[in-house]
Design a protein around this ligand. Sequence first.
Ligand SMILES: *[C@@H]1O[C@H](CO)[C@@H](O)[C@H](O)[C@H]1NC(C)=O
Ligand SMILES: *[C@@H]1O[C@H](CO)[C@@H](O)[C@H](O)[C@H]1NC(C)=O
Ligand SMILES: *[C@@H]1O[C@H](CO)[C@@H](O)[C@H](O)[C@H]1NC(C)=O
Length: 385
Amino acid sequence: MEFPKTNNMPITTLSFLLCMLSLTYASKNCDFPAIFNFGDSNSDAGGLAAAFTPLNSPYGETFFHMPTGRYSDGRLIIDFIAKSFNLPYLSAYLSSLGANFKHGANFATAGSTIQIPTTIMPANGGYSPFFLDVQYEQFLQFISRSQIVREKEGIFAELVPEKYYFEKALYTFDIGQNDLGAGFSGNLSVEEVNATVPDIVNSFSANVKKIYNLGARSFWIHNTGPLGCLAYILESFPSAEKDSAGCAKAYNEVAQHFNLNLKESVAQLRKDLPLAAFTYVDIYSVKYSLFSEPEKHGFEFPLIACCGYGGKYNYSSTIGCGDKVTEDDGTQIVVGSCDRPAVRVSWDGAHYTEAANKFIFDQISTGAFSDPPTALNMACHNTAY
Ligand SMILES: *[C@@H]1O[C@H](CO)[C@@H](O)[C@H](O)[C@H]1NC(C)=O
Ligand SMILES: *[C@@H]1O[C@H](CO)[C@@H](O)[C@H](O)[C@H]1NC(C)=O
Ligand SMILES: *[C@@H]1O[C@H](CO)[C@@H](O)[C@H](O)[C@H]1NC(C)=O
């Protein structure tokens, strides 16, 4: 095909100028005044604990020196994200005591799914009632009620964001692991869980669009981790075929299928919503490297829970980290921490240690695992021209 040369020239010049402009613009660090987070236990900073029952020691012992409702011995990836922008650690939206929402709010709760769960805690099974649609509703209320609080002035006005923060904020997501986990723990076969992936991802995408419609423009979206490497899956499905790292192969394949769908749907969001910046973050690969090459990164026994009880993986579905156990001889013990959580990957068989979370944050914040290859502090820039 021939291009009319005379017409081509100005377009080339124009796109060159646009490109230079976007490069200049894109080289400035983002100044996020707030972060709003949506997710599950990977980023729960106390939401589920506030709604139901607190976690016990030794949760929190490494950094906070007390349980905070985080499912780790210390900080989570979202804490390192907030810290990197010199923002305070986000308060859980559900936390009614001592919360400060000036620089954002965390809507994540442990056990949250994207789609409505079939079994809901506390009375009827293991999943959080605060699934993603509910987290969206909470955020919707948060916007309007926080502005009413600001207008009233008084002591609470300083604890909520300014109106313009909502458009300038970073919106972070880490959810989906429990949708897959719920399928596996129910009566679905691996293939049946795999087949639910497109619906799960569609409802994720629908929520992201609704959040965009409320004014959000910068999105940082984690994919899901290798759940076939977690002790809770390995213990529940002992006959699953293992890969060279000792992880349950088919369960990780479903996670990867979810991630492929998620990546495609984020690419579609980028097309549909050109005013926003979407960064898809391949957290799976970073987490998997902790299981496949632990020594290289300074870790050991990645499959074995640091704080757990019994079995091949130091994990039991009935006796958790921080629980009391009566041994056969009648002595009572508390399920405590291993000696060196700083070199361990798995904290309690389902969640990562602070050391692992810090490692993951260090890897993903550079942009090396992002699509497009955007660093965390550039995540406000729309580079998809
Ligand atoms: C799985 O199937 C068994 C036997 O049919 C049933 O008792 C159990 O409630 C089912 N579990 C779930 C989570 O659907
Ligand atoms: C999941 O589904 C996709 C698409 O149908 C397929 O390519 C893949 O092999 C499936 N994976 C598993 C583990 O069933
Ligand atoms: C298993 O958990 C116990 C706490 O119940 C801990 O003391 C022990 O060090 C853990 N084992 C390993 C190998 O980490």
